[in-house]
Design a protein around this ligand. Structure first.
Ligand SMILES: CC(C)(COP(=O)(O)OP(=O)(O)OC[C@H]1O[C@@H](n2cnc3c(N)ncnc32)[C@H](O)[C@@H]1OP(=O)(O)O)[C@@H](O)C(=O)NCCC(=O)NCCS
Length: 187
């Protein structure tokens, strides 16, 4: 049988539904037991489609939105861009945080049945390349502290913890850890 081929490419509007499915399934795999079931049970593929669609329809200059595809199937994605001034739900970040890194990995999600096959590593490396080409040297990422699998995955790829701050989701404040890659050209 021919080897499967992994492609990393810009995400397009035609990927919207597939990206939403990846996002939903990856959330369920990563956050069940970390976030409240009462919140996770309200989520749906349609909700994640509403998240993806405006970002695909109106790409923002300086941001990167990449899709990972294996033999024509979308199996992962990443988003990155300038460091955000607050959490996605509006929680304040530690003072001066944005000065630590001008670029931020906003999201990286892989279809659970493809975990451990190198998709995440390929997305991370391509995203770092995009941020380096956009003139950023350091890149940060916020991860739920309870998402130990991702936390350890980032650390094994050279990121070091630099800050902590909560993110509020459905009225619950979850601890988050920020990690930093000082030099995206090394990823
Ligand atoms: C965290 C995540 C993005 C990592 O992506 P991934 O595709 O599973 O990661 P990779 O396959 O690149 O790397 C995982 C391991 O597989 C190994 N690997 C790489 N290529 C491989 C291959 N062809 N076959 C088997 N294993 C392989 C790597 O060595 C790596 O091992 P290590 O971490 O012990 O060094 C993914 O697991 C995920 O989506 N998790 C849920 C969502 C999440 O937590 N996102 C982060 C939110 S902040």
């Amino acid at each position: 049988m021919a080897a499967e081929s992994l492609i990393i490419r810009p995400a397009t509007l035609a990927d919207c539904e597939a990206l939403a499915r990846v996002h939903y399934e990856s959330w369920m795999a990563a956050y069940r037991g970390v976030m409240a079931d009462s919140f996770l049970d309200t989520l749906s593929v349609g909700g994640f489609e509403s998240y993806a669609r405006p970002r695909l329809e109106r790409p923002v200059e300086g941001q990167s939105y990449l899709a990972a595809e294996i033999d024509g199937e979308v199996v992962g994605f990443s988003r990155a861009g300038p460091t955000r001034a607050s959490s996605p739900t509006g929680d304040p970040l530690p003072e001066g945080f944005a000065a630590c890194a001008t670029a931020e990995l906003y999201a990286i999600y892989v279809l659970p049945r493809r975990f451990g096959a190198g998709v995440g590593a390929a997305l991370l490396s391509a995203t770092a390349g995009e941020m380096a080409r956009a003139g950023h040297r350091a890149m940060c990422v916020w991860v739920l502290t309870g998402n130990t699998r991702a936390l350890e995955w980032y650390k094994r790829r050279g990121a070091a913890p630099i800050a902590e701050a909560p993110i509020t989701l459905d009225g619950v404040a979850y601890p988050q850890t920020a990690l930093l890659w000082p030099d995206t050209s090394l990823l």
